[in-house]
Design a binder for this molecule. Structure first.
Ligand SMILES: *Cc1c(COP(=O)(O)O)cnc(C)c1O
Length: 391
């Protein structure tokens, strides 16, 4: 296919762009119409039918980025997640999900699925055998998220794809944390790829959107439900998202580099108890991450030593803001127990290994030296002795 001949930054910049035939402008024109002619036309266009010129153009770019035949853009990541799942699950069906999931997805499953008559099982661990152990006669879907939030665990994509083929299931992945720059699950045989485009695709903390990419036949099935659920995105935001994705390759590659730099720094700092980053050789899944990712991503988590209060530390930072959400060009930190995982019971949090002192770090595109300086001034500010190197 054509996309395979082009590098990531060329796809980001050019695939799907609309030609301005009227004025020869350099970028895709924006078509805000919600009303299009129905006579003498090739297709009946309407925003909620996901087929306006800008929606089609951006879908083509996202499909190319994920090595997929087709893609659709949604009004949020959760619109993408819920539409994709419900397109393949009906009353009486069962879904196997990995035990560490984005909080919103966990809530969708645990709060709503019973109402739809859909049963579910979360795995005990992340080994292929943990997934196989939960498969029942009525299982239809396996759902994974790798790297996971917030501990950056890695799930074996090729092994999941093999399981789904063996049991004739559909495999789905939330590929948000990796972004298409760092991971293309279709190359490992995963069927349906989901993104919260609010994160790396948008990249500037100013767009809420979602995307799904898959084969043409899977996308047709998702489309048939999507037009009923109505989770489409405004063309203006679609146009902004196209612009944002043009720089996704260079942003994410810089974030990969910065994250590696910061992970090594934190790992060598005596005030830090533990660092979770798949790029570190000490990460238990480092080899697996290396085998299925092009880069290790811009997200890491760390635990401060018990003597340091995580909230006090975060508040003493000046450059790095405490903020919900992630993946912007600016570096941010948050405490999962206070935000993304606040709805989990304390017992469930500890079972997943999420301690009160855990900090999730979304690394931006700033110079890594400035981020390190900020961390060191914060530690000094809260009267922690100068960061000593671990012996
Ligand atoms: C943010 C996020 C979502 C949900 O996306 P929204 O755009 O907020 O609806 C889903 N999965 C992951 C991994 C996310 O980080």
């Amino acid at each position: 296919m054509e996309y395979k001949k082009q590098g990531i930054n060329t796809i980001c910049t050019h695939v799907g762009e609309l030609e301005d035939t009227q004025y020869k402008g350099a970028v895709s024109p924006l078509y805000m119409s919600t009303s299009y002619a129905f006579e003498d036309v090739d297709i009946k266009r309407y925003p909620r039918y996901f087929n306006t010129p800008n929606q089609k153009a951006l879908s083509e770019k996202i499909a190319a980025l994920e090595h997929a035949e087709d893609a659709m853009i949604f009004g949020s990541g959760m619109a993408a997640v819920s539409t994709a799942l419900l397109a393949f699950l009906k009353a009486g069906d069962h879904v196997v999900l990995q035990n560490m999931l984005y909080g919103g997805t966990y809530n969708l499953i645990t709060k709503q699925f019973e109402n739809f008559g859909i049963s579910y099982s979360f795995t005990e661990g992340l080994k292929p055998s943990d997934f196989e152990a939960k498969i029942r006669e009525n299982t239809k879907v396996i759902y994974v998220e790798t790297p996971s939030n917030p501990l950056l665990t890695i799930t074996d994509l090729a092994a999941i794809a093999e399981l789904t083929k063996k049991y004739k299931l559909v495999s789905m992945i939330d590929n948000t944390f990796a972004s298409p720059v760092n991971q293309n699950p279709i190359d490992f045989g995963i069927d349906v790829i989901i993104h919260s485009a609010t994160k790396y695709m948008g990249g500037h903390s100013d767009i809420c959107a979602g995307a799904v990419a898959s084969s043409r036949s899977n996308m047709e099935r998702i489309f048939q439900l999507a037009i009923n659920l109505g989770g489409s995105l405004s063309d203006y935001t679609v146009w902004l998202l196209e612009r944002s994705i043009k720089t996704m390759g260079i942003r994410v590659k810089q974030q990969n580099k910065n994250a590696m730099h910061l992970a090594e720094y934190l790992d060598g700092n005596a005030n830090i108890k533990k660092v979770y980053y798949p790029g570190l050789k000490s990460h238990p899944d480092h080899a697996l991450a290396k085998s299925q990712m092009h880069g290790f991503g811009g997200m890491l988590s760390f635990e401060l030593i018990e003597a340091i209060d995580a909230t006090e530390f975060r508040k003493a930072l000046k450059l790095i803001k405490s903020s919900m959400s992630l993946a912007g060009v600016e570096s941010t930190m948050l405490s999962p127990t206070q935000t993304s995982h606040a709805l989990l019971s304390e017992e469930d949090r500890y079972k997943q290994g999420i301690s009160d002192g855990l900090i999730r770090f979304s690394i931006g595109i700033e110079e890594p030296e400035d981020l390190i300086k900020d961390i060191e001034q914060a530690l000094r500010e809260i009267k922690v002795s100068q960061p000593a190197l671990k012996s």
